[in-house]
Ligand binder design. Structure first.
Ligand SMILES: Nc1ncnc2c1ncn2[C@@H]1O[C@H](COP(=O)(O)OP(=O)(O)OP(=O)(O)O)[C@@H](O)[C@H]1O
Length: 598
């Protein structure tokens, strides 16, 4: 079954099936064409919510609002101003996009429960506006007389468009939209949506701007819903507010969830089920809603990844291109006059706790700096400040000759200062290779349109990035796991994947937060090899670590923090003899070469 379905989802097979469906519409009954047309509206809607919720992780309980904006917009423009179908459909999508963009300013600031409430509020406001704005929308009486193929009142370039032709037009447009979506989702822009979904902090750390990315997700998703609305308006020829109530928003969401969020086939499967199910359930007469509810409950429990997760192979999150051979590593960048990174007099407090107190560190080009100290001494906080996650209360951070104090994390990453986290922050459903590709985000030059159209330049860039990613994966010893989703991997491999992601970004400074924790001896050696590779390329490295053996072999210098203050700077050997360090961190029993478990 799975083999058959995976064969059916191949591009040439899908194209042949679509052509067959378009031709078949000529030979089936009017009722069948009608239900196929509703199915296509549902496919668009389910794809729309999947992009926002399944891909970008932003829940929406007001999607019927975007559908309605497109529907009324398209209907009114044709009915009142006589605009042609292509223009009204485009205008419906554009109106959806603008409303999604506007909503994102408020919705982009909140998460989860609050986001659900806010989008619910948007849907309710839209519903009330339609009900009350009688002069434009017809209020509760509805808007009738919308040019429609069923009434033979819809024309296109002077030709009367009947139900079958309308279905064929919709089929071509929906197929085109899904093709564009597939290309987009497997591009760096689509992967950025997934990154935001899983961890906004991790997304920021590779240079993905969270606010702009969420805005784009809302805008694109609402444009698709608006387009679905335009098609719907002409399909039925009548619009009433009840179509755009809360139940519709919930139905759209459920459709995508049951089909399988985060995949492109899922929404199609969900749309098929939810177009046909209500009709089939009519045999249960007055019990049909109970049966409907039961099916939903069962599918949520039994199909956590939806129908697509059950029936189809794992989706890909990168384009199917042949990797170009990776160019040899770039020559070390020339060093400027000053250090690569300098943090001077940095202080920060949390609710009165002084986590950093006038701390200063520098890192030179190609220098590996160990950052050590007891738990809670401020090491991660310092890296959080340098990488733009926290804004310091006092002090100044300079990177590559420019002040970066207070810059947001994605801007710092885009300049080439990248980091890893104590707990690896990866996209669990992505393979090792797809996670590593995320690191290239700051380097891509293609634009979203080129990515969605699979233009040759964009594909070439993808192939070059894939070649580089594979070379780094090989260096990290992960080649045999490149196609394994990281959620199935042990901790050590996840850490190496995260570090490989950072290396792909071609960084100038890398901050590693306890990278050796939980690694085996072999993995430690590989990690050491990667850090040395960075040094050879002139990259500055900050290494937070408790593993003294590991540090001994690698670092040029150490900085020791205690209670937010720098208590030692210099070589490792001197650190062991420093009374302040011994008292605060190492303890009298510790000898060079021993791990410190602070
Ligand atoms: N966002 C925050 N809110 C409140 N307190 C914080 C925050 N971030 C850090 N702290 C506090 O600042 C102090 C320094 O924490 P930090 O994580 O930088 O220490 P660390 O040296 O990295 O420790 P570890 O080795 O355990 O990772 C701790 O007391 C911590 O509880």
């Amino acid at each position: 079954m799975r083999n058959l379905l995976s064969f059916l989802t191949r591009t040439p097979v899908v194209a042949a099936l679509l052509v067959a469906l378009g031709v078949a519409a000529e030979f089936v009954s009017g009722a069948t064409v009608q239900i196929w047309s509703f199915l296509l509206v549902n496919v668009l809607l389910a794809q729309s919510i999947n992009l926002l919720t399944g891909v970008a992780g932003q829940i929406s309980l007001g999607h019927a609002g975007f559908l309605g904006i497109g529907a009324y917009g398209s209907a009114l423009l044709m009915k009142n101003f006589g605009l042609p179908l292509p223009l009204t459909l485009l205008a419906g999508a554009a109106m959806g996009a603008v409303s999604g963009w506007l909503l994102s300013f408020a919705a982009g600031r909140v998460r989860e429960f609050y986001l659900a409430m806010m989008t619910l509020g948007f849907g309710m406001i839209f519903y009330e506006v339609v009900r009350e704005w009688t002069s434009v929308t017809g209020g509760m009486m509805g808007l009738s007389g919308v040019p429609s193929p069923g009434l033979r009142t819809l024309t296109l370039f002077g030709w009367s468009v009947g139900p079958t032709a309308y279905f064929q037009i919709m089929l071509a447009v929906v197929a085109g939209v899904v093709w564009l979506l597939r290309n987009f989702v497997t591009s760096p822009f689509g992967r950025a949506f997934f990154a935001i979904h899983v961890s906004e902090v991790a997304a920021g750390s590779i240079g993905v701007p969270r606010a702009r990315t969420k805005r784009n997700a809302y805008m694109l998703s609402a444009a698709l819903a608006g387009l679905a609305g335009g098609f719907y308006a002409h399909l039925v020829g009548y619009l009433g507010p009840e179509t755009f109530g809360l139940h519709r928003s919930v139905e759209v969401l459920v459709m995508a969830v049951v089909g399988g969020l985060g995949t492109l086939a899922g929404p199609v499967l969900g749309a098929v089920v939810f177009t046909y199910l209500p009709e089939k359930l009519q045999i249960f007469a007055e019990y049909q809603f109970m049966v409907y509810g039961l099916i939903l409950l069962l599918s949520f429990v039994l199909l956590p990844r939806g129908l697509a997760g059950l029936l189809l192979p794992r989706p890909r999150f990168a384009k199917d291109v042949t990797p170009l051979p990776a160019a040899p590593p770039a020559a070390p960048k020339p060093s400027g006059s000053g250090p690569l990174l300098s943090a001077e007099g940095v202080s920060i407090s949390f609710l009165g706790l002084r986590a950093l107190d006038n701390a200063s560190v520098t890192v030179g080009v190609g220098e590996i700096l160990g950052l050590v100290g007891p738990n809670g001494s401020g090491k991660s906080t310092l890296v959080n400040i340098i990488s733009g996650i926290y804004r310091p209360g006092d002090g100044r951070v300079t990177f590559d000759g420019a002040a970066i104090t207070g810059l947001p994390d994605h801007a710092v990453a885009r300049r080439g200062a990248l980091r890893t986290f104590q707990d690896p922050r990866l996209v669990p459903a992505f393979t090792v290779r797809e996670n590593v590709l995320l690191g290239g985000h700051r380097l891509y030059r293609q634009n979203p349109l080129a990515a969605a159209l699979n233009l040759p330049g964009a594909l070439r860039e993808d192939a070059a990035m894939l070649g580089r990613a594979d070379a780094i994966i090989a260096m990290a010893g992960l080649s045999h796991l490149a196609d394994t989703p990281v959620r199935d991997l042990p901790y050590g491999d996840q850490r190496m994947t995260e570090l490989s992601r950072v290396i792909l970004a071609d960084p100038r400074l890398v901050m590693l937060d306890e990278p050796a924790a939980g690694l085996s001896e072999v993995e430690l050696q590989r990690l050491g090899g990667l850090v040395r590779h960075l040094k050879e390329r002139g990259v500055g490295v900050i290494l937070i670590e408790h593993h003294m053996d590991f540090l001994n072999e690698l670092v040029d210098r150490v900085v020791v923090l205690d209670s937010g203050r720098v208590i030692y700077q210099g070589g490792m050997a001197g650190m062991y003899r420093d009374p302040a360090v011994v008292a605060a961190y190492l303890g009298t029993e510790t000898h060079p070469g021993e791990a410190v478990h602070a």
